[in-house]
Design a protein around this ligand. Structure first.
Ligand code: OGA
Ligand code: FE
Length: 303
């Protein structure tokens, strides 16, 4: 598990200080809001006509066949989002379906994120090694996808509560990527875990919120057809429920890694093994703060 880093909360009046340019610049670059915050999250609102929910993905995301990206809406709720900084070790994959790791070294430079081949050559082995080290029982890792998020691009932070995969789409992923071994692999334990980190230093805008899996009821998860041009996957949308405990990790930096478990075939783990998550607008974000850039790498974890 991670150890808490030295972290100095900044008094709110300093974040709003407009009298000193020098201090303000350094604050904007280095210090994020922290502590519990109330923010609005976008939950699931079912299609009005009672039809099954779907959205378009991949090459269809920007150009959906029916002219709409999805057939369901948003149900906004204000929730309290707790800060896990300094409480990192209280959360783990089996109980909560997320985990926070600090001080993880990487050879990647900022420019390297523009080159997929460098990401695969340098960053993928780092992620694989980290998972084998941090996930008890893991024996084999298959990294199958990555998304770089940058504000203003078609892959901007996602402000909609979701889970990337379901039981069905996880098994389909195993068959899709490892067809020859799938029968055997699906008999053992298999998980999908996202490894999330910022690319441009301390997150000041659109941090990622996660709902402790142990507080999320199965009834509040709705399978959504995830339609690509050549195949259909499945994600989950999430209904609001007052019992859900929401968390974020304030001030995440380039050396921090948040693990998000999307599915776990081991149904005996306490937290049920899936973590709803979403980017959110933090009302405390200083005006003009840099946008958040991040990468999530998606991993099949066997064993
Ligand atoms: C993810 C995810 C959204 C974001 O990592 O699976 O949904 O805004 N990320 O980074
Ligand atoms: Fe996601």
């Amino acid at each position: 598990m991670s150890t808490a880093t030295a972290y100095q909360p900044t008094p709110a009046h300093q974040l709003r200080d407009t009298t000193s340019t020098r201090v303000e610049t350094s604050l904007q670059n280095e210090v994020s809001p922290n502590g519990p915050v109330e923010a609005e999250l976008a939950f699931y609102d079912p299609p009005k006509d009672g039809s099954k929910p779907y959205n378009y993905a991949g090459a269809w995301a920007d150009n959906p066949p029916e002219g709409i990206p999805r057939n369901f809406g948003i149900d906004s709720h204000k929730v309290i989002i707790h800060d896990i900084r300094r409480h990192e070790s209280e959360f783990n994959m089996d109980e909560n379906a997320f985990e926070a790791h600090s001080n993880i070294p990487s050879k990647m430079s900022y420019e390297d994120w523009n080159d997929d081949s460098v990401i695969e050559k340098i960053y993928y082995p780092e992620v694989e090694k980290l998972l084998l080290e941090k996930i008890p029982g893991s024996k084999r890792i298959f990294l199958f996808d990555q998304t770089i998020r940058r504000p203003g691009t078609s892959r901007a932070p996602v402000q909609r509560v979701h889970i990337d995969q379901t039981a069905q789409s996880t098994a389909a992923r195993v068959r899709h990527h490892l067809p020859d071994e799938a029968d055997k692999l699906l008999q053992g334990r298999y998980r999908i875990i996202n490894i999330w980190r910022p690319l441009n230093g301390t997150v000041l805008q659109n941090p990622l919120a996660v709902a402790d899996s142990a507080t999320v009821r199965d009834e509040d998860l709705i399978g959504v057809e995830h339609r690509y041009p050549d195949r259909t996957g499945e994600t989950a949308a999430v209904k609001f429920n007052e019992g859900q405990k929401w968390c974020y990790w304030s001030g995440m930096g380039n050396e921090d890694r948040l693990f998000l478990k999307c599915f776990d075939s081991d149904a005996t783990v306490g937290g049920k093994g899936r973590v709803p998550h979403t980017a959110f607008e933090d009302p405390r974000t200083p005006a003009g703060a840099k946008g958040r850039e991040s990468i999530e790498v998606r991993a099949l974890v066997f064993g």
